[in-house]
Design a protein around this ligand. Structure first.
Ligand code: GLC
Length: 429
């Protein structure tokens, strides 16, 4: 297999737009929330200052209420839909109106734990921002304090067109006065790898509803067209809150500690609501109707990352993990390959994503599931080394799919090869 460290660094540098990194050229011309979190971790291995700048740039777009939006629009790019004119959030800088999986605190903790006094200083600077972000998630996405974190749009999960959302999406009526729009994504990538038109109309229906409330998140949570619980956001938020607690302890932020402990307890308990007995695993669930999705995804498998579940529940999830890995060439697919809706090449309906694998590996290793963690680590390396920095990969054939030259794939590769990156940098000075 080919070592691609130099290519990974080059990819990220090529996607640098001066203080922030785009996910890839053309298809995604702005700064994305969780992309930047992972990308910062990758950059950190070769340029710490630039890594922190990535985080600062993202937090520069934080809303007054604490939300960190999913996209920051720094320049207008008519080639991208939906741009700032569709969201109408009236923020400066312009941004989208909801969030994305909050990986930021976890990425920062990794930088601090492997870093120096410089990283501690930077973490201290951003700590209040991270607290505000987590408070926002707790209050805007779980206003009743049930411990179940909602998402108001499939895009908030970061797993845009996963069949998990079909339950909530099918219940959406597209209004007759839906804004007229023209998609741009299908002019960059084959349409059989992208969401369908009906799905897109519903995505836009939610945005239209939300902007008509003036992005009033209480109302959107209470009355919006879509409200589901996502094992991905639930477990990522839980993990990030634990990581924020570790940061608070390292930084002696004593006032934050009891608040974070309470939040962790609440969200841990709430996670049980996502347990689907029929499947024997954690599944997405419609918050208003209680209807469950019926498949295990790579997000379900983040239960180890979130550190939830009884010994029986964990054993059942580990068994699912072994079964799914046995059914495909490369893990971990974004949808159960033994489920009828599995589509190995369509985005979040089957393909493998390096960033998800990165969190899965961490969670499985923490849980003592070394064999599973190693299988996913080696699959991730093989995929990237044979295909390059693709957006996602076919779990059956291993083909790289979607946009090419992807920042987060490059970043994950650099993090996996961090020792070799350090050696290389030493050699080249
Ligand atoms: C797609 C992905 C989302 C990602 C974005 C930019 O919308 O589904 O998770 O953040 O692209 O890469």
């Amino acid at each position: 297999m080919e070592c691609r460290i130099e290519e990974a660094i080059k990819t990220i540098k090529m996607n640098d737009r001066g203080g922030f990194t785009v996910p890839t050229n053309r298809l995604y011309p702005y700064q994305w929330n969780w992309d930047s979190g992972f990308t910062a971790l990758g950059i950190w291995h070769f340029n710490k200052w630039r890594a922190w700048l990535e985080i600062m740039a993202l937090l520069d777009a934080q809303w007054e209420d604490g939300m960190v939006p999913h996209i920051v629009f720094r320049q207008n790019d008519p080639d991208y839909f939906p741009g700032p004119g569709v969201w109408q959030t009236n923020t400066e800088p312009a941004s989208s109106g909801h969030s994305q999986p909050p990986v930021l605190a976890s990425m920062i903790l990794r930088m601090v734990q492997n870093g120096t006094a410089y990283d501690m200083r930077k973490a201290r600077e951003v700590f209040p921002r991270l607290m505000a972000y987590h408070r926002w998630f707790a209050s805007a996405r779980d206003p009743q304090g049930t411990g179940v974190i909602g998402i108001i749009h499939p895009w908030e999960s970061g797993r845009d067109n996963c069949p998990d959302w079909d339950i909530g999406m099918n219940a959406i009526t597209v209004p007759g006065d839906l804004i007229a729009y023209k998609r741009r994504d299908t002019s960059h990538v084959d349409s059989d790898q992208r969401p369908t038109q009906e799905q897109y109309d519903r995505f836009i229906t939610i945005v239209q509803f939300a902007r008509e409330t003036g992005w009033d998140h209480r109302r959107i949570h209470a009355e919006g067209p879509f409200l589901m619980a996502d094992p991905g956001v639930q477990f990522i938020f839980l993990r990030a809150t634990r990581d924020l607690l570790t940061l608070a302890e390292m930084l002696d932020m004593t006032e934050a500690i009891s608040e974070l402990r309470r939040l962790i307890e609440q969200v841990s308990k709430g996670s049980d609501w996502l347990w689907n007995d029929k499947v024997g695993g954690y599944c997405a669930r419609d918050i208003r109707t209680g209807v469950f999705s019926d498949a295990i995804t790579n997000a379900s498998m983040l239960c180890f990352y979130g550190d939830v579940g009884s010994p029986e529940q964990r054993a059942s999830m580990a068994a699912h993990c072994r079964r799914i890995l046995a059914a495909c060439q490369f893990g971990m697919p974004s949808w159960d390959p033994e489920h009828a809706d599995f589509e190995p090449r369509r985005y979040w309906r089957g393909p493998v994503w390096a960033i998800m694998n990165h969190m899965l590996i961490t969670g499985l290793a923490d849980a003592g599931e070394e064999m599973l963690a190693q299988r996913i680590t080696s699959d991730t390396q093989k995929l990237i080394e044979s295909q390059g920095m693709a957006e996602y990969f076919d779990p059956m054939e291993g083909t790289g799919l979607g946009g090419m030259d992807f920042s987060w794939t490059a970043a994950i590769y650099l993090d996996h090869c961090r020792d070799r990156v350090a050696e290389l940098l030493k050699e080249t000075g």
